[in-house]
Design a protein around this ligand. Structure first.
Ligand code: SAM
Length: 304
């Protein structure tokens, strides 16, 4: 179904399904004997959502036909990609807190378990923002697991196209304190103007010493919805209700690195292959010509 200005979802529908998909990737990366990342909550969270396709995926029980035309190294490459992405943003928070930051905001937190698994320094406050049903479900699963956050966790269930800054401040956010912001796996699901507004707002709420991290897909400006639909067609044939072509906002949008730079941030962009090399992982084969996204650049920036 096409996106609308006020569409909503849970973790098994629309954009919410993508949160479960990436958590399934983290669950698989966590099981990898090479010890790429450690997210012990990804597996129970994905099981709790209960989408059959993803439960089978983490159990290694997906129909082999699904991957019949995909090279094995490409499948492993997708798991490794989740691992390097997770590690990049884990390291980002570790470095921000080592520099003294004690306030973090995880935008579009989905099934991100960092508030429960990172070794936050004492006194750190972590705000998580996502759609109400997403926040409520995840909190319920953690409560059911008897898991305690490793920071002071505050949740805000709101759409990021609405007035989330007011809701964030009402939840105790301190704009005078340096903040480490994260927008992981979010931007392509926001309309171009909402992406700009997001970074405008982040900038206006950021005290000196703040940091922001995200990932940027330069090829998104040429995103072909039909290619996105095709990309997820085999999974749909295997029962997954996911059509990437209908979820991504298309058309021109700001270049994240340039946009943040113009707002006064000192920005570093790290190409995906470099992260693989840093982690000692084989770089996955080149994206084929049909890839609707293309390369990913991991972005971190500081405001001084
Ligand atoms: C690919 S998932 C990423 C989740 C999480 N950041 C991670 O990497 O595991 C996309 C997330 O963006 C959230 N999202 C997308 N658009 C949103 C919006 N307008 N308001 C609130 N959340 C949104 C979805 O609910 C979903 O959790």
């Amino acid at each position: 179904m096409a996106r609308t200005d006020n569409d909503t979802w849970d973790l098994a529908s629309s954009v919410g399904t993508t949160a479960t998909a990436v958590a399934a990737g983290r669950a698989l990366a966590t099981k990898d004997p090479r010890g790429l990342i450690h997210d012990p909550f990804a597996d129970p969270l994905v099981r709790a959502v209960g989408v059959d396709f993803f439960v089978k995926m983490i159990d290694g029980e997906l129909d082999e036909a699904l991957f019949s035309d995909v090279a094995p190294e490409r499948v492993q490459g997708m798991i490794d990609a989740m691992a390097v992405r997770t590690k990049f943003f884990d390291d980002y928070f570790t470095s921000a807190t080592a520099d003294g930051t004690r306030q973090a905001v995880i935008l579009a937190s989905g099934l991100d378990a960092r508030a429960y698994r990172l070794p936050w320094p004492s006194g750190t406050v972590v705000f998580e923002i996502d759609q109400p049903q997403v926040i409520e479900f995840k909190t319920g699963v953690f409560d059911g697991l008897g898991a305690a956050p490793t920071a002071q966790r505050h949740t805000i269930g709101i759409d990021l196209r609405e007035d989330w800054p007011t809701a964030l401040q009402a939840a105790g956010f301190d704009a005078a304190a340096p903040t480490a912001w994260l927008a992981e796996g979010l931007l392509v699901y926001l309309p171009p103007e909402a992406q700009d507004r997001l970074f405008d707002t982040i900038t206006s709420l950021s005290a000196p010493g703040s940091a922001v991290a995200t990932e940027y897909v330069p090829g998104i400006i040429d995103f072909d919805p039909q290619a996105g639909t095709d990309m997820t067609s085999t999974a749909r044939d295997h029962g997954l209700d996911l059509d990437m072509g209908s979820l991504v906002y298309t058309g021109p949008r700001s270049h994240v690195i340039e946009y943040l730079g113009a707002k006064g941030w000192a920005v570093t962009g790290t190409p995906g292959p470099e992260l693989f090399q840093r982690s000692g992982l084989p770089t996955p084969p080149e994206q084929d010509d049909n890839s609707p996204f293309g390369e990913i650049v991991y972005v971190s920036a500081t405001l001084n």
